[in-house]
Design a protein around this ligand. Structure first.
Ligand SMILES: Nc1ccn([C@@H]2O[C@H](COP(=O)(O)OP(=O)(O)OP(=O)(O)O)[C@@H](O)[C@H]2O)c(=O)n1
Ligand SMILES: C[C@](O)(CO)[C@H](O)COP(=O)(O)O
Length: 233
């Protein structure tokens, strides 16, 4: 008889926050009495189904030591990498000693501080009997235009929004499969911006689990005020 899979969390937190700018990386900015990263971790550390967390940090980020989780027994730290996917891969390697290949790993951005326990529970529930893995996502409600090139301002076509979702985190996959998928993308030189994209490159189709729109990532300065608002309501 095989044991039920455990659930682990990987928090990539080694980004520089270039689009945000500012004096320190966005994940360490103050937000409603705590740092952004403390909000992002809190929901996992308190959750009974989470076995432990690995956080990928930039070695230069001395602000981590000031957080409530710096010496927390359930939070292990590793060095991040040049890209988000490298940071995730480093954290997965660190997990290998404690976790099984069939265990679930939930990857969540350190810069996403508004995740609710309800959304996390919905994702965890979706993993029961799920063959591939799942991610929180939000259906597209806007009318979306594709431009003729990345910087072009002229419409090429209107995309069918019924098929479009915004990919959020956490994104949950089997430890062994996610490690394989990230290694495949790295070996093939395939650039990816989320973990689901790596799994898709193996020919698999992750499950989209509808989440709250307010689980935003802090990417640009205006997102910080939005996160403040969402945390208050
Ligand atoms: N080399 C990297 C790059 C990003 N991240 C993390 O991945 C998450 C989402 O990435 P993003 O919003 O793109 O963060 P940054 O890379 O910091 O932002 P930017 O692209 O604007 O520089 C963040 O929690 C960030 O810290 C990481 O761990 N390692
Ligand atoms: C995983 C992710 O949050 C998906 O939305 C990712 O961090 C996105 O990175 P982006 O380049 O800021 O879209």
């Amino acid at each position: 008889m095989t044991a039920d899979p455990q659930h682990w969390v990987v928090l990539p937190a080694a980004g520089a926050g270039r689009r945000f700018g500012g004096p320190i990386p966005k994940q360490y900015l103050p937000l409603r009495g705590r740092r952004v990263i403390e909000h992002s971790l809190a929901v996992f550390v308190q959750h009974p189904l989470i076995a432990g967390c690995v956080i990928a940090l930039s070695p230069e980020d001395e602000w981590w030591q000031d957080t409530a989780y710096a010496d927390h027994p359930a939070v292990k730290r590793v060095a991040g990498g040049a890209e988000r996917s490298d940071s995730v891969a480093h954290a997965l390697a660190a997990l290998a000693g404690n976790a099984a290949d069939d265990d679930w790993v939930l990857v969540h951005d350190a810069a996403r501080p508004c995740l609710t326990t309800e959304d996390l529970d919905r994702l965890l529930a979706a993993l029961v009997d799920e063959p591939v893995g799942a991610l929180l996502a939000v259906p597209m409600h806007d009318t979306v235009k594709a431009a003729e090139d990345a910087f072009g301002a002229r419409v090429e076509r209107t995309l069918p929004r019924q098929q479009l979702w915004r990919a959020y985190t956490p994104q949950a996959f089997r430890l062994g499969q996610l490690r394989e998928a990230l290694a495949h993308c790295r070996a093939q030189g395939i650039a990816i911006t989320d973990d689901a994209s790596a799994i898709e490159q193996l020919g698999l189709r992750p499950l989209l689990v509808e989440g709250r729109v307010d689980n935003i990532k802090i990417t640009r300065p205006e997102d910080l005020s939005l996160a403040e608002f969402f945390l208050d309501h």
